[in-house]
Design a protein around this ligand. Structure first.
Ligand code: ZN
Ligand code: ZN
Ligand code: FE
Length: 745
């Protein structure tokens, strides 16, 4: 009897693939075996060639919901040994240098949820219930192949009942590697009821979650939220809320079909939702904002916490401000003690830390804001062989990106690369992803900014390296995830990125592809007064823009913001302007200026708050107006003159226009700027594809102005979906540019 081998690659481990193959073979009456290798899944079948092809077709047709088959190769094998009796699942065989895709963590499935709610079930209220369709994956896998022995579940020996399920092809837990029960699996440090009682008393509890510790408190308690905010010293960044179920989310927030599906998806991310009315949550939860980040329970433990009397819990990353999320019990009890009144621990180790992902639903797709649990380390198919490149990412919202074969693997959100702890997190994650993907980069790409710690880290590595301009990387990332290989018009608008002329760029129009870029146009330069402080103190940028717009006559226009700075500061302001100051074309800083000028956000407590509050103010008022602006086409690059815009805003402010209306018109103006420039650049270059990237394009109000305008002009417009538009997407662009460089050399 002939034998054939089917080599299946893709997301085929940790998703119930081998049990599925076994059931399929039994049903089709095919003898043979299946096993995981470091390279995917290998199936041997005793059958003729048409039988093997039929089997492959059935694999594609009936594969488990979480599986993704990228490739299924059929090879004939020389028969050896006896013909097997039936169909068996064999022990995994590691293949050195091989490559398989690792599954992200998957939220509790409906079957497991039903079990933990069923008094008669042996897993009733068991906090670590999972099956082949759900449960921890990336955060517990130490190395591939994906077997229990290679996960942090290795410490727990299965009891007889669990072992029987694991061995039973008819069972939902057949070969479910992390399966466990109360008799044999991980356990909690205290009964969930005690934690719930503490939360009801208004205490802050540090909960060991899936990818790290979370700080929880009653989301409807003003004092609990205020206490948590004060302890976290978290300025005004909003907290996320975990809600019991979609019905609860709908009670407090607007919930469309897309938002609902995203909340209930297997990644179970935080989704930004519009509040039904402001004031339903304590002000300390999301100060000044009309939207709130909501997620549903993603593990049985979270379901148990929310199945009681509390339907809404704040769930924020358990970390010291600016440090990575804490994963270790001892580290947690030491570091989080000042923040938490109480701990809910367990004894299953977290191997890879991963924060909760943050998303927004926009135009039929999820948009990543922070990509971590539930999404990492999903690979992005680039459609070309990459060699092997590493993009080390930007300074803030850092991620890195490895390429291997035709895949790009973007790490989970690492954080702001500004302390040793974050650098260690970066290094441990890089080590892990290199190991599980057997990836050895040949070339390394870093930001052009010489002082980014990620750049300094890169420069110390013994590999060929290339510097990639920040906004070029933004657009390349947008191209890569949209599968674009030819030149595009790239609009890269954000807060800050080091330019080739040493200025702080951030309102850029590029004509580019993966091999290079031309800076075609940018927002007019203004002095960046106060350096980094300009990002927090919007009045500095307002003063700079007013001086730019009015010249020596600026003091009258600056009247509304005069009180924000000391008289002494204003005295020195003139001198500041005569000194050489760094120049900036930043869109983010323009947002800060307008936010301060309108009184909406004179002072930010984190970068981007000015823009967020301006967006919140503009939301809901639909004016089609725009302020004037000019385009200066002498020389290259062209510039967008924002002085007429600033003059108009100052005039409206002086005549008592409502700030919300100014905010809305300002968004419309930016839309017109982008449209006008895109048309001019199309006339010049013949290009019709426009890629929008950079943190400014997380602003849904800006998108809602820009997109219809561009589409009315017939442009093909591309946005981010799989990686963030913010600096979390930079590493993908860097890696693709580096991989292209490698191909050409
Ligand atoms: Zn399940
Ligand atoms: Zn058990
Ligand atoms: Fe950026």
């Amino acid at each position: 009897m002939p034998r054939y081998r089917l080599i299946v690659r893709g997301v085929v481990q940790g998703v119930g693939f081998r049990p599925f193959v076994k059931r399929l073979a039994d049903r089709m009456g095919v003898r043979g075996s299946v096993c995981n290798t470091g390279d995917g899944v290998v199936i041997e079948v005793v059958t003729d060639v048409s039988g093997a092809q039929e089997f492959a077709a059935a694999l594609h047709r009936e594969k488990p919901p979480l599986a993704a088959i990228e490739e299924c190769r059929i090879e004939s094998v020389v028969a050896h040994g006896e013909v097997p009796d039936g169909f068996t699942i064999e022990l995994s065989q590691p293949i050195p240098g091989a490559f398989t895709l690792v599954s992200p963590d998957i939220a509790t499935c409906p079957d497991c949820l039903a079990e933990i709610r069923d008094r008669g079930n042996r897993r009733y209220r068991y906090a670590f219930t999972n099956c082949t369709n759900c449960g921890p994956r990336y955060t517990i896998i130490r190395q591939t192949p994906y077997d229990r022995a290679n996960t942090t579940m290795a410490a727990f020996a299965m009891c007889n009942a669990c072992a029987a399920e694991y061995a039973d092809p008819a069972d939902r837990r057949f070969h479910a590697e992390p399966a466990a029960c109360a008799a044999c699996g991980p356990s909690l440090s205290e009964p969930v009821e005690k934690t719930i009682a503490a939360l009801m008393r208004g205490e802050v509890v540090a909960v060991k979650g899936l990818g790290g510790f979370q700080l929880a408190c009653d989301a409807l308690s003003t004092s609990a939220c205020a206490k948590l905010r004060e302890r976290k010293r978290r300025n005004r960044k909003p907290f996320a809320v975990m809600m019991r179920d979609p019905a609860t989310a709908e009670r407090y927030c607007e919930l469309g079909e897309g938002e609902r599906a995203l909340l209930q998806s297997r990644a179970a991310p935080i989704v930004l939702l519009q509040m039904r009315e402001r004031g339903v949550f304590p002000d300390a939860l999301a100060p000044g904002l009309g939207h709130v980040g909501v997620m549903l329970p993603c593990t049985p433990l979270h379901h148990l916490l929310l199945d009681g009397p509390l339907a809404c819990l704040v769930m924020t990353s358990g970390n010291i401000t600016e440090e990575p999320i804490v994963i270790d019990n001892d580290e947690a009890t030491a570091k989080l003690a000042p923040l938490a009144d109480r701990f809910l621990l367990h004894n299953r180790d977290i191997f890879m830390r991963a924060d909760d992902s943050v998303t927004r639903w926009y135009e039929g797709a999820p948009r990543m804001i922070r990509r971590a649990r539930g999404y990492a380390p999903e690979a992005i198919d680039l459609g070309f062989e990459t060699g092997g490149a590493l993009g080390v990412g930007a300074e803030l919202k850092n991620t890195f990106c490895l390429t291997k074969g035709h895949y790009a693997i973007v790490s989970q959100h690492i954080g702001d690369f500004e302390n040793l702890e974050t650098q260690q997190f970066f290094e441990e994650t890089l080590r892990n992803l290199k190991s599980v993907y057997h990836a050895e980069p040949q070339v390394l790409a870093h930001d052009l900014h010489p002082d980014y710690l990620s750049t300094r880290w890169a420069l110390a590595q013994p590999l060929p390296k290339i510097a990639v301009q920040h906004h070029h990387a933004h657009i390349a990332a947008c191209m890569a995830e949209n599968g674009i290989r030819e030149p595009v018009i790239g609009v890269a608008w954000d807060g800050t990125g080091y330019g080739t002329d040493g200025a702080v760029w951030g309102g850029e129009f590029l004509v580019c592809d993966y091999s290079g870029f031309e800076r075609a146009a940018h927002l007019r330069y203004v002095p960046l007064i106060g350096g980094d402080r300009a990002a927090r103190e919007g009045w500095r940028m307002a003063a700079a823009h007013l001086y730019d717009a009015f010249g020596p006559a600026y003091p009258t226009a600056a009247e509304p913001i005069r009180g924000l700075a000391s008289p002494a500061w204003w005295k020195t302001f003139d001198q500041l302007l005569t000194r050489p100051a760094p120049q900036t074309s930043s869109c983010g800083r323009l947002f800060d200026a307008v936010s301060a000028l309108t009184g909406i956000c004179p002072q930010s407590s984190f970068e981007g708050e000015g823009a967020m509050l301006l967006e919140a103010a503009a939301a809901g008022c639909d004016y089609d107006d725009a302020y004037p602006f000019a385009i200066c086409e002498d020389g290259a690059p062209w510039t967008i003159d924002t002085r007429p815009t600033i003059r108009a805003i100052a005039a409206e402010r002086a005549t008592g226009h409502h700030p919300n209306r100014i905010a809305s018109t300002f968004h419309g103006t930016l839309g017109h700027m982008i449209k006008t420039l895109s048309v001019k650049l199309r006339d010049k270059t013949g290009l019709n594809k426009v890629c929008l990237s950079g943190g400014s394009f997380q602003n849904a109000t800006l998108l809602s102005h820009v997109l219809p305008m561009l589409r009315n002009e017939g442009f093909d417009v591309f946005l981010h979906s799989r990686v963030p538009a913010n600096d979390g997407g930079i590493s993908l662009g860097q890696a693709v540019i580096a991989a292209t460089f490698l191909r050409r050399t």
